[in-house]
Write a protein that binds this ligand. Structure first.
Ligand code: GYE
Length: 306
């Protein structure tokens, strides 16, 4: 059906909505739960999902998006591995009349007409919540508090924003010092390795702030191997609240987790259908989230699905 330019996709032969989705990879428990949510809700919403795993590489995502354009899927959704560098391929999708939904992570494109909507968390707010817990925990104390930070993937929205939100809150009190901050790529392996180097290089670490549970869990192994008690000798704050993180929290090895929900599938299918039908959708759809202390983790652990 080449030659026509008006239609926004060929659709499935059986009238099913065809959704092309480019996922970041499988770097964390969060990501695994997110993939499962998207696959399961596509199946139950009767959406034909073309799923592509970018293995952490932007170039793979750009290729996948171009393939979706060639295949003329109805809607393209993706979770951008980094924030920058999307204008060209998004313009190609727009020119092909294929609507794009940003899922989980943002892009920094100035032209917001390049995508229909963005569904996901407020990562700055998550960083702020992490900082606020810390400020409260050290209330009334004056000694310096040495913090090490494990950042997510360089250039990714959740890494940039969780760092910024946290820094913004703790800067109000000069006793808080981030003495080391490095990427742990959102993975357990890197979290462990970078924490090992922090422990060797830093004479005194009071707090670890990890941008996700997996890096925190890797760091716990390094802390224990160094003969220290995670959660006691070094306080630990993480983001996500996946089951393994919540288990460590309930055991007192993590002190506080800021929740980031990976269960975006049902809302994504809903938005994809609306966008395909030409309905207007909000530019921004925010995920609802909470925070957990060890006591709260214990109370919900049994029912935690991911
Ligand atoms: O926090 C982290 C994952 O983009 C919100 O990516 C997501 C983040 C999540 O690897 O665990």
């Amino acid at each position: 059906c080449g030659g026509d330019d008006g239609d926004s996709g060929s659709g499935g032969g059986d009238g099913k909505l065809v959704l092309g989705f480019s996922q970041v990879g499988a770097e964390s428990g969060w990501r695994t739960a997110n993939t499962k949510s998207i696959q399961e809700s596509a199946a139950s919403a009767g959406v034909e999902l073309k799923f592509s795993d970018a293995q952490g590489k932007q170039e793979n995502q750009i290729k996948a998006i171009r393939n979706f354009i060639t295949q003329r899927v109805d809607v393209i959704a993706f979770s951008p591995v980094v924030e920058s560098g999307w204008d060209t391929v998004l313009k190609e999708a727009k020119d092909a009349n294929i609507p794009v939904i940003l899922t989980d992570r943002a892009v920094d494109s100035q032209d917001t007409s390049l995508y229909k909507t963005f569904i996901g968390s407020d990562f700055v707010l998550e960083g702020k919540k992490a900082g606020e817990w810390l400020v409260k925990d050290y209330e009334g104390k004056t000694d310096p508090v040495n913090i090490v930070e494990l950042q997510g993937t360089p250039g990714a929205a959740p890494a940039n924003d969780r760092k910024a939100g946290f820094a913004d809150v703790i800067k109000a009190d000069p006793k808080f010092k981030v003495v080391a901050s490095q990427t742990g790529q959102f993975t357990r392996t890197d979290g462990k390795q970078v924490m090992e180097t922090f422990l060797k290089a830093q004479p005194k670490i009071d707090v670890l702030y990890a941008h996700n549970d997996d890096m925190g869990l890797g760091a716990i192994e390094a802390i224990e191997a160094a003969g220290k008690k995670p959660g006691t000798d070094i306080k630990i704050i993480t983001v996500d609240a996946v089951k393994d993180g919540m288990t460590a929290l309930s055991e007192g090895k993590i002190n506080y987790i800021v929740e980031c929900s990976p269960l975006l599938g049902p809302q994504l299918m809903d938005l994809a259908k609306k966008v395909k039908a030409g309905e207007t959708v909000p530019q921004r759809v925010l995920t609802e989230e909470t925070t957990f202390t060890p006591e709260q983790a214990k109370a919900v652990l049994a029912e935690r699905k991911y």
